[in-house]
Ligand binder design. Structure first.
Ligand code: NCD
Length: 330
């Protein structure tokens, strides 16, 4: 190990060592961050770092030449969908893109298990985004080929959390000892659900800032507390911004609200502006999975602390690593 072994303190793991990596991910589904320990992360990030350098040096490889990815998206996506396509193409593979399920047999009422069993006849790996929690796990029950969860409703978004962690490592050089503040819609935001679970493998302080109605789910907070993770909840960012090392901002998830009036009341509750950032550390890392609405002003984009555009680029390398690993080619 090169990159990640230097930056992830594997001794800080709350999980026992025991990983053997040759082919460890081959043929495996990626459904939840709960399936990873720190040794897995170090390995994935080493591979991602290698791809980062290879993309810079040679652009396109032929590692996955002859392999096909089915990109099956039942919900809108820009970054996740296109970065998986780019990842597969950079590795020399090809893609069946199904971004508009309404033009597929899904619109005729085909079930998810049948759609998945169809696509795996033609593809070697399936990336799935679906509005229902547990959909990726359901698809995996029926699939012989690897399923990669690209977001299952308000459940998890494991590949986003992996790229978020890779971003923190790239930007900060370490995870242990950081104070990470998650801001916005912590109830419906699947990215923060996965990221909090992943950060729980390290010695971090997690601060949640949200309106009362959009707090981090109690089961998740309880599960992390039981593992000894240091967590606190606030409603005002000012209370914690000066102590924050990584500020992870999220969009209020309009599509998840049953009551649109409630959304209207909450949608502009936080807004990061240059003025707000005056109270932040000079070396703050400001992240957002994107898309952003009003929660981060565009005037912030030129601030060197704004890492969200770099974050989406890191996603390409992490997704290249995941594809190569599950196909046994890393
Ligand atoms: C996120 C998602 O889909 O959960 N976007 C992404 O994958 N980068 C965040 C969001 O939609 O707010």
């Amino acid at each position: 190990m090169t990159f990640a072994a230097n930056t992830i303190n594997v001794q800080s793991s709350r999980l026992p060592f025991g990983a053997q990596y040759d082919g460890r991910f081959k043929g495996k589904h990626i459904l939840s961050v709960s399936q990873f320990d720190v040794h897995d992360l170090a390995y994935i990030f080493d591979v991602a770092e290698e791809f980062r350098m290879l993309v810079r040096r040679i652009g396109v490889m032929d590692l996955l030449k002859g392999y096909i990815l089915a990109n099956l998206f039942y919900e809108p996506s820009t970054r996740t969908s296109s970065s998986f396509i780019a990842a597969m193409q950079r590795l020399g593979g090809t893609v069946i893109p199904i971004n508009e399920v309404r033009y597929s047999s899904v619109s005729k009422g085909e079930s998810l298990p049948d759609t998945v069993r169809t696509l795996e006849c033609y593809a070697d790996v399936i990336v799935l985004r679906h509005p229902e929690v547990g959909s990726a796990a359901l698809a995996a029950q029926y699939a012989r080929k690897p399923i990669i969860n690209a977001g299952d409703g308000i459940g998890e978004h494991p590949t986003q959390a992996l790229l978020d962690l890779f971003t923190i490592l790239q930007e900060r050089g370490r995870i242990d000892g950081l104070t990470v503040t998650m801001l916005g819609d912590l109830k419906y935001g699947r990215t923060v659900h996965s990221l909090a679970k992943l950060l729980a493998l390290f010695r971090v302080r997690l601060i949640y800032v949200s309106p009362k109605a959009l707090e981090m789910p109690a089961e998740l907070v309880d599960a992390l507390r039981a593992r000894g993770v240091c967590q606190e909840s606030h409603t005002q960012l000012e209370e914690v911004l000066p102590e924050t090392d990584v500020l992870y901002v999220t969009r209020i998830q309009q599509e998840r609200f049953a009551d649109q009036q409630e959304y209207e009341q909450l949608k502009d509750v936080y807004s990061i502006t240059p003025q707000v950032l005056r109270a932040a550390k000079p070396d703050l890392t400001l992240m957002h999975p994107l898309p952003r609405l009003s929660e981060i002003s565009m005037a912030v984009d030129s601030d060197p602390r704004a890492a969200y555009f770099r974050q989406m680029e890191y996603g390409l390398y992490v997704r290249m690593a995941l594809l190569a690993l599950v196909l046994g080619k890393a």
